[in-house]
Design a protein. Structure first.
Length: 279
């Protein structure tokens, strides 16, 4: 259970510090967030989740960050949730589970969807349960050929969490989503690409370089324009036409106040390559 404001218990993961379990570096405007529990196939703990959420919020607020890559070490991208590092709860009462999901798995997925910078998932191995949803929430998904995706919940008699029943129907339609969630079969990366869950599958040894190249292109782009476009696309899936058109017009109004929009127009008129600054 999430701790109360007055709780002073040490909730750090027993297997290491948050900084060692979630590696972080910023390089050329790209924030690299790396799950680092390879011995556990990067099953995400309470402390890891909180650090990822915090790093995504920092990326949104930092003008020096213009793209994010979410990846992992070892053979697994994320094998799901590992609750061993969670704060200890007392006897369960009605509402506890729903609250835990809202403040836990759903907050993690929302942090990716709401990040103001484009987020790339570089899926290096198995992505199961909340690990699969963490990848699907990203704006672009690259997968190594050896990667696979598993809606593992049904195997444990559980209901999908972390926004799975929200994300999958919007990405691949309700029938395909039900097939994955009802049967719980492992979905190889190539098949995930064919269904539209993955943008591109690459040889394992090319994953990092491809993610770096894509992230650098995004980091050199018009950051605020991309952020507004992300908001429009995400919101469109739940909007009627009038609402979507109104949001589009407002996004255009806001974007035309940015230096990058003016630079884009000027570079077109002057027949030169634009030099975007992310502002």
């Amino acid at each position: 259970m999430p701790s109360s404001p007055e709780d002073t218990t040490d909730h750090r993961d027993p297997s290491g510090s948050p900084e060692s379990l979630i590696l972080h570096a910023t390089d050329n405007g790209v924030s690299w967030i790396t799950l680092n529990r390879p011995e556990a196939m990067n099953a995400v703990t309470w402390g890891q989740r909180e650090r990822v959420i915090a790093l995504l919020a920092e990326a949104s607020a930092d003008p020096g960050v213009r793209a994010v890559v979410l990846t992992a070490t070892g053979r697994g991208f994320c094998a799901g949730a590992d609750l061993r590092g969670a704060p200890v709860a007392g006897d369960r009462v009605p509402g506890d589970v729903a609250r835990t999901i809202r403040l836990g798995a759903q907050r993690l997925i929302a942090a990716v969807l709401d990040c103001e910078k484009p987020v790339i998932a570089a899926v290096n191995g198995t992505a199961a349960g909340i690990g699969a949803h963490l990848a699907f929430a990203c704006d672009l998904v690259l997968a190594a050929e050896s990667a696979n995706f598993i809606e593992v919940f049904v195997r444990r008699g559980l209901v999908p969490d972390g926004g799975g029943a929200y994300l999958l129907p919007r990405l691949i339609g309700p029938q395909r989503a039900k097939e994955l969630m009802f049967l719980g079969d492992s979905l190889p990366a190539r098949d995930a690409e064919r269904l539209g869950l993955v943008n591109r599958t690459v040889p394992d040894e090319e994953l990092a370089a491809t993610a770096r190249a894509w992230a650098q292109r995004l980091a050199e782009g018009p950051t605020r324009s991309i952020a507004l476009t992300k908001q429009l696309v995400n919101a469109s899936l739940d909007s009627d036409r009038a609402t979507a058109f109104a949001a589009e017009a407002m996004a255009q109004e806001i974007n035309m106040t940015t230096q990058d929009a003016n630079e884009g127009v000027a570079s077109f008129v002057e027949r030169r390559a634009p030099k975007y600054r992310g502002i």
